[in-house]
Ligand binder design. Structure first.
Ligand code: AMP
Length: 328
């Protein structure tokens, strides 16, 4: 069935002279990798077409991948094809003008709670949207051209969204598609250095996080990155958010939460939820959020709601541990 949707998407790509590519706001490696990767494939294949990334925000952490395109005049959207990548719901698209395009194609690996687009290809078991773009390339490889540049972007998304090929969403396909990218001889030393080296000061901050994080009775690790902490360490919202990964390897803690207090909106706290063995997307959905089974995002609007979410997570972990074996 997905073959038919891929054929339909390929047909639309052939048809349009102008293709605008969109992604979710607050981009991560998969959002940037998949959009820049698809753009590089389409530009190499169809040099005569206008293929542009149209997004309103950027990422400091991923700035090494290079800039995106300037926003073009609104009138130029009317006869364009929009391809929205790595974005589960329409309200999360960075540039809301995507709706002005003649047709909208959605390609994504998030759970499809609120479908959108004239044509939608969603495979929520895939480890990344980049994996789907490589699948798309592989399906039409007689026509599409993969360059080393495209492979580098796509590999970035595959590596980051799979926790360096560690998450349980990684399948045989993930590795086979990653292999297609590695065949392009990309420089993984430089890529991994750009992605994972940490500043000395950030390591000092990590030491502070380890002191501050807490554990509930049943093993939910959590950290509240309040405004004072962000100011004290001069954290950008990106580095404040990255603290969630510092809690990902605690034995017995199968769920961990980072709460990031908003700098400019009173009483708004972003929540990043992560887990292993036990899905947590339903918890995120109960607090204005959603996402993947083991990696979701939400928002709470008071410290009281934050404490409530921690309690709910603790109860879920208790229930899970009582009824399942084999967790660590
Ligand atoms: P985050 O911790 O914000 O990076 O979110 C983890 C995953 O959940 C990402 O893939 C997000 O795209 C997704 N996500 C975060 N917030 C929401 C939301 N409000 N609705 C749906 N998906 C979300």
């Amino acid at each position: 069935m997905n073959q038919e949707i891929m054929n339909e998407i390929m047909e639309k790509i052939r048809q349009y002279d102008r293709i605008l590519i969109f992604r979710h706001f607050r981009p991560d490696g998969d959002a940037i990798g998949s959009t820049k990767g698809l753009q590089a494939i389409l530009r190499a294949t169809y040099p005569e077409k206008e293929i542009l990334l149209q997004n309103n925000d950027s990422s400091d952490y991923l700035a090494f991948l290079g800039p995106e395109d300037a926003i073009i005049a609104e009138e130029k959207y009317a006869d364009a094809l929009a391809i929205v990548l790595d974005t589960g719901t329409a309200d999360r698209v960075s540039n809301q003008k995507f709706t002005l395009c003649k047709e909208v194609v959605k390609i994504d690996h998030h759970i499809d709670k609120n479908p959108f687009g004239d044509c939608s290809w969603v495979e929520d078991q895939r480890s990344s949207t980049c994996e789907m773009i490589v699948k798309f390339y592989d399906t039409f490889k007689d026509e599409l051209k993969l360059t080393k540049e495209a492979a580098t972007y796509l590999y970035t998304g595959m590596v980051t969204d799979s926790g360096r090929f560690r998450f349980n969403s990684v399948s045989g396909d993930t590795m086979r598609y990653a292999g297609i990218l590695l065949d392009q001889k990309l420089d993984t030393d430089v890529l991994f250095a750009n992605l994972y080296l940490e500043d000395f000061d950030y390591l000092k901050f990590k030491a502070y996080i380890y002191k501050k994080m807490k554990l509930t009775e049943n093993g939910v690790a959590y950290l509240f990155v309040d405004k004072a902490m962000q100011e004290k360490f001069g954290l950008s919202s990106e580095s404040a958010s990255a603290t969630v990964s510092s809690m990902d390897s605690i034995r017995g803690s199968i769920c961990w939460l980072a709460f990031i207090e908003s700098q400019d909106e009173e009483d708004k706290i972003r929540v990043r939820l992560r887990s292993r063995f036990m899905p947590i997307n339903h918890l995120a959905e109960a607090h204005h959020g959603g996402g993947h089974a083991f990696a979701s995002g939400a928002t709470v609007f008071s410290r009281k709601e934050m404490r409530q979410l921690i309690k709910e997570a603790d109860a879920c972990v208790k229930e899970y541990k009582e009824n399942h074996e084999g967790w660590l």
